[in-house]
Structures are given as structure tokens and as C-alpha cells.
Design a protein around this ligand. Sequence first.
Ligand code: FAD
Ligand code: OZ2
Length: 397
Amino acid sequence: MLNYDVLVVGAGPAGSSAARFAARNGLKTLLIEKRPDIGSPVRCGEGVSKAWMPEVDLKPQDHWISDEVKGARIYGPSETKPIMLTAETAGNEVGYVIERDKFDKYMAALAASEGADVWVKSPALSVIKDEDGKVSGAVIRHNGEMVPVHAKMVIAADGFESEFGRWAGLKSLILAKNDIISAIEYRMVGVDSDMDYTDFYLGSVAPAGYIWVFPKGPHEANVGIGVTISKMKDRWDVRNYLDNWIKAHPGYNKGKIIQVITGGVSVNRVKDKMSMPGLLTVGDAARLIDPITGGGIANGLISGKYAAEVAKKAIDANDFSETMMKNYDIMVKNKFERKHLRNWYAKEKLATLSDDTMDKLVDVISDVKIKDISVEEILKAVQLKYPELVEQLEDLI
Ligand code: FAD
Ligand code: OZ2
């Protein structure tokens, strides 16, 4: 019988971060991944800001950076004058477009270098529980055999399509239809994208979502779209919206598609319960994507670190009770609850605006000097120019 202190299910950014910090905390850790090749195929726009990296002891590495950007541009439906979020106005905290496959492998390698064992091509297929209902491991298919692995703590990092928590009986992570984005993205070559900016396009081009262009290199970009599923008529809608936008933009229409990806993104408020005895959920599995940017890499890494801290505490105290697990929920809430509530209200509001109003909004904000590349600064500018739009979230800005 195999015994570990911590079993981490899923080697995306959240799982590798959890395994890295668990191992660093002296815990005997196993990180498992169902895919044969960590990070591949990529299902991501690959845009990240820089500011959070020190918090998870992450030093940017050339081999997983494809482009460093000076800022972001947010366009309204008429695509005239964008809101500019730039290094000049914002100091130097800008961002990167990364190579997610290399990034994910690097994160798993960091976990391994701290002492975690790593198994690839090894899906968790079922949950092992004690008689008292505590989660205490998983049955894993490994090298063609069903291997029961026992662990004092399990960390579920199995992504947006997460099943492990549900198998264990955690019902609190279900999403409402207005909090799910369906996304599709093309990696395109031969396009006129600008290496210096990540671009966002708002309005009816992407109902209750947006189109993004993230530069990967000269004339190469990730061009993608996210649409809220409650706004969709059928499942081809998303692709049609993206294709129509590309057709209307000659600088992109002349390009060639070298990869297509699809995926789901959660855009909810922080859930009340992300844990149960013996089990902590992290990253997308815990529904921790930012509800207005759709960004989940940073939050995945941060929640992974928190889970490792609580696992250490629980194992040291030999206490796996609901109360002990709650320490994790509290850490996550302290970090994200307020911000995600604010961004959730803002995205719900944005979804109600006509193209005309959205244009006016972008136009007036584009005249405001924004001093930090953050959603908070954008919302402060909205409050200054269009206070009635943010009445509901006034206390949160
Ligand atoms: P994942 O990265 O999904 O990792 C989960 C891992 O668990 C996977 O490797 C999976 O194979 C594995 N797994 C699942 N089940 C099992 C099992 N039973 N046993 C073993 N392994 C299992 N975020 C950003 O910050 N910037 C962006 O530009 C961005 N763009 C996006 C574009 C699209 C189209 C989509 C869909 C998402 C985007 N996101 C972006 C969100 C981001 O990709 C996620 O938030 C991030 O990947 C979350 O990391 P994670 O580790 O929680 O989950
Ligand atoms: P702050 C990022 O995290 C980049 C992530 C990009 C993720 C792309 C994934 C796309 C997937 C699905 C689409 C989802 C659609 C969601 C519904 C939205 C409904 C409109 C910025 O640079 C974080 O970046 C802001 C970075 O944010 C640009 C830092 O922010 C994002 C603009 C997008 C829409 C905003 C609409 C507002 C419009 C108002 C008219 C701050 C601190 O780090 C600073 O120190 O998370 O705030 O970090």
C-alpha cells in the first residue's frame, strides 16, 4: 500500500504549486496528472500580469515567455479610441504572454525539485474515504494498473471540468449558467497584431464576454473569444462570433490558423465552501477564476500555496475536521472574496449595456489617466465618469 502525506490530483498551475509548497513544507507529496504530457495541449490565452509572481516565489524564465507587453488596450464596439493601460501610466507592473505548456512543465519541475513525486498518464478514477467520511486517498490508474494511494490530505486541482470534489460529495461548487463562459481560441500566424499590447474587444461582438488578441511573436497571436453560455442560442455561436469578428478585420482575416482550442471558464463569486474533511480544492476546481478578466493562472498558484499551508497545519495537528479545513476557505476568502464580488457585479452590469452605452463608457474612460493596470483602476475611472453604472458596487471600489 502506498502512503503519502499529500496527494495532489492534477498538474496544472494550481496542482503543481500545491505540490511544490507541500513538499517545501516537508510533506511527503505525490502529484498526479492524467495527461501524458504536462501542459499539453495548451488550452489558454496565455496572458498574465506580473504583480503576483513574488507572492508565490515565481521568477519569470525566458523559456516560458513568448512576449513581454507594455500594456493592455480595451476597445468599445466602434473600436475608435481604446482605454489604454500602459507602463507609462502604470509603473512597470505589466505582463507577459507565456508558453503555457512550458510554464506548466516548469511548475511541475519546481514541485519535483522540492521533493514531490510526479506521475504522468495517471488519472485518479475514484475517491478513497475512511469510515467516518474523511477523504483519505484515490484509486489511480498508473502503468496500466489500478493503484490505491492513501494520503492524509488530498488536494483536488483537476481544473474547470473537475470531478474529484463532486465524487467526494462536495456539492458547493456547482455553477449558475450566467457564471459560465464558453471560449474558443485560434493561434494565428500572418496577422497584424501589436507585440506591445494585449487587446480586449467589448460589446455585442462577444455577448457578456470579450474577444482577446494576445501577441505571441511578430505577426503571431492568440485570438480568442469568451461568451456567457446563458446568452448563447446554440453551441456554434461562439465560433461564429469569433469568425465574424476576424472576417471584419483585414489584419486578422489574412492570417492562418495553426491551432484551435476550446474550453470553459467560470466567472462566479467566491464559493462558500471549497473543502471537506481531508480534501481541499484549488484553482479552477475551486472556481477561483477572476470573474471579469477570466484570468485563473495567478489565482491557481496562490490557492495552491494556501492549500499546502493548511495541509501542513492539519497534518502536524493530526486534525482533519471540517473546522481545520475551514482555515483554507478563510484564507481564500480573505484574498479573493471582495475582489471577485466587485468584479462579478461589474461583469453582470457590463452584460446589460447596449453597444452605444458601452462605446460612450469606453470613450469617457479613455480620457482618464489610469495609474495602475488593474480592474480596480478601471472601475474607479467608471465611478468618476459614470457613477450610476457602478452604484451597486460603490462600497467595493
Ligand atoms: P488546469 O490548468 O485545468 O489543470 C488541471 C489539470 O488536472 C489538467 O492538467 C488535467 O489534465 C488534470 N486532471 C483533470 N482530472 C484529473 C484526474 N482525474 N486525475 C489526474 N489529473 C487530472 N487564465 C489566465 O490567467 N490567462 C489567460 O490568458 C487565460 N486564458 C484562457 C483561455 C481559455 C480558452 C480558457 C479555457 C481558460 C483561460 N484561462 C486563462 C484560465 C486558465 O487556463 C485556468 O484558470 C488555469 O489553467 C487554472 O489552473 P488549474 O491548475 O486550476 O487547472
Ligand atoms: P487585476 C489578467 O489576468 C489577464 C488575463 C486574461 C485572461 C483571458 C482569458 C479569457 C477567458 C475567457 C474570457 C472571459 C470573459 C469574462 C467576462 C467578462 C465580461 C466583460 C488587466 O490587465 C489581469 O490580467 C485588465 C490584469 O488585468 C485588463 C490585472 O488586473 C482586463 C480587461 C478585461 C475586461 C475588463 C472590462 C472593464 C471594462 C470597463 C469599461 C491587479 C493587481 O495585480 C495590481 O497590482 O486582477 O485587477 O490585478
